[in-house]
Design a protein. Structure first.
Length: 143
């Protein structure tokens, strides 16, 4: 490939990344990073609907949104939903709770019934890392 063609290709990709965030490179994460639930565990029965969720992270650090440092991110709790696309910001709604202040625990309330919970780490701009750091999906039963 000629030097001129390479320069053109690089400029085109760079301009697309600026105009379309999906073309931008995602924040890297260590291959051995692991996010997990400290509590509740899979199958926990919760009485009353209100409970604490305690989130753990291994081989990365927790920081508030907007902090752009290597190997850090902040928690997102996915409730009764699947993982979102990894090349877009994580939605913010009743099924995608953001902990952008760097929280590692939160008190939540769910209606009676069976619910799924999953953790997904987001970078400074709420986009999943590359590779994405997410927990296994667990089930809790609220009575």
């Amino acid at each position: 490939m000629s030097r001129v063609l390479r320069a053109f290709a690089f400029a085109t990709v760079a301009s697309m990344a600026a105009a379309y965030p999906a073309f931008a490179q995602r924040t890297p994460s260590p291959q051995d990073a692991h996010v997990y639930f400290i509590w509740p565990s899979d199958g926990t029965v919760i009485h009353g609907g209100k409970f604490w969720v305690r989130m753990g992270l291994r081989n990365m650090g927790v920081c508030p949104k907007g902090v752009k440092l290597p190997n850090v991110g902040h928690h997102h709790l996915l409730i009764d939903t699947d993982l979102p696309p990894f090349d877009e910001p994580i939605p913010s709604d009743r099924n995608h709770l953001h902990f952008g202040a760097g929280e590692t625990e939160a008190r939540i309330e769910l209606p009676p019934g069976k619910h799924t919970l999953q953790l997904l780490l987001g970078d400074y701009d709420h986009v999943p890392h590359d590779p994405p750091v997410y927990s296994k999906k667990i089930t809790v039963i609220v009575r």
